[in-house]
Design a protein around this ligand. Structure first.
Ligand SMILES: *Cc1c(COP(=O)(O)O)cnc(C)c1O
Length: 420
């Protein structure tokens, strides 16, 4: 199989391992900035286009700060994510709050920041009204159900996914909210995850544009914006073609001009909530081989585990692995690369062909810049690792320290429980 390139010279990774110890996630500032610019360029034709970075993908304010400098806003779905967006100075329309099964205090915080609230369910209209009052602007999340195929293990098929309102509920939501005094409306959907086909994403835009036209025709309401959610795919496998972002922008423009402009909706602004593609390819998890084990299979035990990257364990997701210093050697050994949890799905790779690995080798697990460390848990008492940033000027900066036993036990006040 083809090899994935590292975003920096191998010596930089060795230097980071030397200075900070393993394991760590290493993020590439230059790549993150380039990616943000590429997405904005694809939608330069769309006046007022905004990318709200999905904070859950890499919730670290140092990263959000970089993205904000590039002109991105934030998509938050929890209290903590709102606090992070607030910390980097985001306010108002820069933030969209796309949550589900939402606690009242999260709605209140979102409204206090002036965020655009995107309601996941019809029942949330009354819930929001009772707990916070209705804002002047509301957005609604659409779930097309069986009307649209697609979906995958991450997000589920639309009719099986818990998100959004049915077609009928959504129209009713606009009607009811207008009667209650809401003056401005937006639409939202997110029905795919990790989609690599430009045509599918364009098809989602078509569906939403048709919905906006229907709302105008039936209810006389011109929505102000359409948020197409996240789901832009990352080519995790080295032999997969990258998503063509320019083609996505171009195709959506064609549909915008075909459907919205003639319906008198030429002023509608577009938004996205991409997380994965913005930072995912610009991060690696660096871990060291600490054991080799040969039974019915051959195992490489590394010093990282599910606490640092869960995607392979939860979704069976593929993450490419580069063994540092061995890129040109033949991949003639078949390994399971495993963590130390008492959980047999704690594996980064299963039956993977790799060059021969020795204890002490450094492994770079690719594409961990989104939905990586943040998904990690403390099961088995494993501590989550540090995050490092390779800055544009080539220097390393630690942007999150590793957890300690004191962090792990912080909520226990048991006398005599030691932290070392
Ligand atoms: C997770 C999520 C996103 C980001 O999805 P990506 O696959 O990371 O692009 C955007 N919007 C909502 C509502 C989400 O839940």
């Amino acid at each position: 199989m083809a090899e994935k390139r590292l975003f920096c010279p191998e010596e930089k990774i060795r230097e980071a391992a030397e200075q900070f110890g393993t394991p760590f996630h290493l993020y590439d500032e230059r790549g993150i900035r380039r990616q943000a610019r590429e997405l904005l360029a694809a939608f330069a034709w769309a006046p007022g286009f905004r990318e709200h970075y999905a904070v859950k993908a890499l919730p670290n304010p140092y990263i959000l700060e970089i993205l904000r400098e590039e002109g991105l806003g934030a998509d938050c779905s929890s209290y903590a994510e709102l606090l992070m967006a607030e910390a980097v100075g985001m306010r108002g329309a820069e933030i969209c709050f796309t949550s589900n099964n939402t606690p009242a205090e999260e709605f209140a915080k979102a409204l206090a920041l002036g965020a655009t609230v995107n309601l996941d369910d019809f029942s949330h209209i009354a819930f929001l009204e009772q707990n916070c009052g209705l804002p002047e602007l509301l957005s609604f999340r659409y779930n097309p159900g069986a009307a649209r195929g697609g979906g995958n293990a991450i997000i589920g098929r639309p009719e099986e996914a818990k998100y959004g309102m049915t077609h009928e509920q959504l129209l009713r939501a606009v009607e009811v909210c207008r009667a209650k005094g809401v003056q401005r409306f937006g639409l939202h959907t997110m029905i795919v995850s990790n989609e690599l086909a430009a045509d599918y994403i364009i098809g989602t835009a078509t569906m939403m544009f048709e919905l906006a036209v229907e709302i105008k025709d039936k209810l006389g309401v011109a929505v102000e914006f359409i948020n197409l959610g996240g789901g832009l795919g990352l080519a995790y496998r080295p032999d997969e073609p990258d998503l063509d972002i320019a083609a996505v922008g171009k195709g959506i423009r064609r549909e915008y001009e075909r459907l919205l402009a003639p319906a008198g909706l030429g002023g509608v602004t577009l938004a996205m909530e991409s997380g994965r593609l913005m930072t995912g390819p610009h991060g690696i998890l660096v871990t060291r081989a600490v054991h080799t084990k040969n039974i019915y299979r051959h195992y490489i035990g590394v010093d990282a585990c599910m606490a640092h990257l869960m995607r392979p364990a939860i979704y069976g997701a593929y993450h490419h692995i580069t063994v540092l210093g061995k890129q040109t050697q033949p991949a003639d050994h078949v390994y399971d690369v495993v963590g130390s949890l008492c959980e047999n799905n704690d594996k980064f790779a299963v039956n993977r062909s790799l060059p021969e690995i020795q204890v002490g080798d450094l492994l770079a697990i690719h594409d961990t810049g989104a939905h990586g460390l943040t998904m990690g848990f403390n099961y088995n008492g494993k501590l989550r690792c540090q995050e490092l940033l390779l800055q544009e000027n080539g220097t390393l900066r630690r942007i999150r320290r590793s957890e300690t036993m004191a962090d792990l036990f912080a909520t226990l006040d048991y006398p005599g429980l030691k932290t070392e």
